[in-house]
Design a protein around this ligand. Structure first.
Ligand SMILES: Cc1cc2nc3c(=O)[nH]c(=O)nc-3n(C[C@H](O)[C@H](O)[C@H](O)COP(=O)(O)OP(=O)(O)OC[C@H]3O[C@@H](n4cnc5c(N)ncnc54)[C@H](O)[C@@H]3O)c2cc1C
Length: 288
């Protein structure tokens, strides 16, 4: 439980962090909240030569509105998202997801950027940002680029981040019109991580029928994904109980579900179906 030896740098600016990272593309790693990286280092699953601590770059922690977007800095903590009055008002899925994460200590240190970059198959943020169709701004030695959340998660613990790149910002379009959101999660009793987590963003037509649905799923597969079968089945329906139950049966379409000592693949899919239905019902009840 003692990590291998490493160097530590705490840059004051993002530019400095990018250049430190570029100085050792194979050996350097970003440190944010440390709540995934430090345990991995203690187990020697990760042995970076250099930690570049971005949690001390004050300008990277923010939640603000800009035009029709919500901008969230990468080192914004789970707690800052959970307690944001702005988000509770304009995009309640984000604080609802944040408050389901781990415990108070984890939420006080862990960051949204660290969680998304780590891409744990049971992490909560990936489901929420997929349902919100977020964009991720990455910065590297060659400047900025923006990637859609659905293109970012590549495989188990693997993202589209290239060597030397830092996730700088999460961008979410401000929800508008008649919309409802919800996050439903079955937490693992020991860690709090999602055995299954379902994030829903619904948009309704004036007559109450489903205009669009975006559903992010975590815990079920090797990476978080959009449940397109459910989304397609909901479109145009009047969102009655039968339509929602029928749509929920598609949540594991095309997915080879995770299986472990706590939950077999079949059980996970059953949980996912039940909680997809509950999450859609909750989102419908939350329509503004
Ligand atoms: C007891 C416990 C319970 C937990 N329960 C939950 C839970 O219920 N749900 C959940 O979702 N998570 C849970 N977590 C994980 C927690 O949310 C972590 O905070 C999160 O996964 C990683 O964020 P971090 O800021 O701590 O990142 P770190 O641990 O510092 O970094 C994680 C990885 O991401 C990289 N990285 C970090 N920031 C960036 C960036 N901006 N750009 C590029 N790369 C970056 C690092 O190099 C590292 O590889 C739990 C953790 C613990 C210890």
């Amino acid at each position: 439980m003692i990590p291998a030896q490493f160097d530590y740098q705490a840059p004051a600016t993002l530019e400095e962090a990018v250049s430190l990272l570029a100085s050792d593309l194979d050996g350097a790693k970003i440190l944010a909240g440390g709540h995934s990286l430090i345990p991995a280092m203690k187990l020697r699953l990760a042995q970076p030569q250099l930690l570049v601590d971005i949690a001390r770059i004050k300008s990277l922690a923010y939640i603000r509105e800009e035009g029709d977007q919500i901008l969230i800095g990468a080192t914004t903590t789970h707690y800052q998202l959970e307690s944001s009055d702005l988000l509770k008002r304009i995009c309640p899925l984000l604080p609802e997801c944040a408050k389901s994460i781990g415990d108070v200590q984890v939420r006080n240190k862990g960051t949204i950027g660290g969680s998304i970059a780590h891409s744990d198959p049971a992490g909560d943020w990936p489901a929420a940002i997929l349902a919100l169709e977020a964009a991720l701004v990455l910065v590297g030695p060659n400047g900025d680029r923006t990637v859609k959340a659905e293109d970012f998660f590549v495989d188990l613990l693997t993202t589209d981040l290239q060597p030397g790149e830092i996730l700088r910002e999460v961008r979410v379009k401000k929800p508008s019109g008649r919309f409802g959101q919800a996050y439903q999660k079955v937490p693992h009793p020991a860690s709090g991580f999602a055995v299954v987590g379902i994030a829903v963003h619904l948009e309704l037509n004036d007559d109450g029928s489903c205009k669009s649905a975006a559903i992010g799923v975590t815990g079920v597969g090797v990476k978080a994904y959009r449940a397109q079968g459910v989304e397609g089945a909901l479109m145009g329906t009047n969102l009655d109980d039968d339509a929602i139950a029928a749509a929920g049966t598609h949540v594991c379409d095309g997915i080879d579900p995770n299986s472990d000592l706590y939950a077999s693949g079949d059980y996970r899919c059953h949980l996912a179906q039940v909680h997809t239905r509950r999450a859609i019902l909750a989102a419908k009840a939350n329509v503004q």
